[in-house]
Design a protein around this ligand. Sequence first.
Ligand code: SF4
Length: 395
Amino acid sequence: MKFHFPRSPRPESIAESDWNNWTWQLRHSLKTQDDFALHFALNEDEKAAFVGGKELFNVRTTPYYASLAQQGPDGQSLRQILMPHRFEIEEGDQQMLDPLGERVNKAAPRLIHRYSDRVLFLITDICSVYCRFCTRKHFTGQEQAFIRNEEYEQALAYIRSHTGLREVILSGGDPLTVSDKQLDRVLTDLRAIEHVEIIRIGSRMPVVCPMRITGDLVQIMKKHKPVFLMSHFNHPAELTAEAVEALERLVDNGIPVMNQMVLLNGINNHPALVQALNRRLLYLRVKPYYMFQCDPSQGTDHLRTSVEDSLEIQKELWGHLSGLAMPNLSLDIPNGGGKTYLVPNFEVGQEGRTRHYVGWDGVKAEYISPAPEKIRKPDASLYEAEWAHLKSCKA
Ligand code: SF4
């Protein structure tokens, strides 16, 4: 293999069969200050977060992910993802409980309908690691677990009755913390709805508990194809041998995997790290999809980098990193304004139909558009009804 992907440092006292069992990992999660103190020498900032008196976003990690955060400079980076810090409970520049405006776009219990063709279905609020940068703190980590039956039926009824919907994105919480049986039921019910074309599963489990990606799980996903897995690797140190095995099991079985990363202050906001992560992912047949600006969720000020810094990283990568390996830098406009792409602007002027450009390495050129009267539209009558129906399906 071209890159080296080390195995996680399993403590000798833990049997390999336990370590590689996802339910063992969840049952032995670190949840309290005492649990964390057994594995980490907590510093004063971390202790202050645990005993701060102000309500702290739930804390939890798998022993597997904690083991990655315990060694070397990369471990220090991962530690900031799972470990609370006193900055979380202090005042910041921008602190929003619901930066994506999801509560406004709630169409049914656990169902968010913001874009015409797709809905977000929050089937559980539980995660195996509570990332300190989480954007959904208004819902995640309240340990309400799998959706109640009555709410589940209401959500399904909504999806059934909105025939313009084409995609359902299972999210949470982490949908892969539920059992195979529960997931199979959800996928079976969604697949039975004729207008649902694509099902996406957004999960951090390949990152924080890759042993969850069992052969049985993959067969369930395959049975209900097309099911896409949206992974959430943020740092090359998260790509262990176990994570690689999980990703290969998915793609070898025809499950497309796409990765969404978040730029995090002092953790991965460096072009060398971003290219290292995304080249490795691409090599593993995972398409780097988004590189998000961190949302101004409560307690995340110290984890957010500036838009200028993100643009600078992207600009450095432009022209050096293959388009296949390049994720789209994107910012979610607060209050549910939707996504906006952030792209370097290479256009330096315009006169009439002529636009002037300077490319990433200084090449200057112009692009002359055809005159407006020469622009023709094809006959799209076969597709216009489908398009109108799709656009009309908004909550
Ligand atoms: S896994 Fe996702 S939903 Fe869960 S805490 Fe992390 S970012 Fe939030």
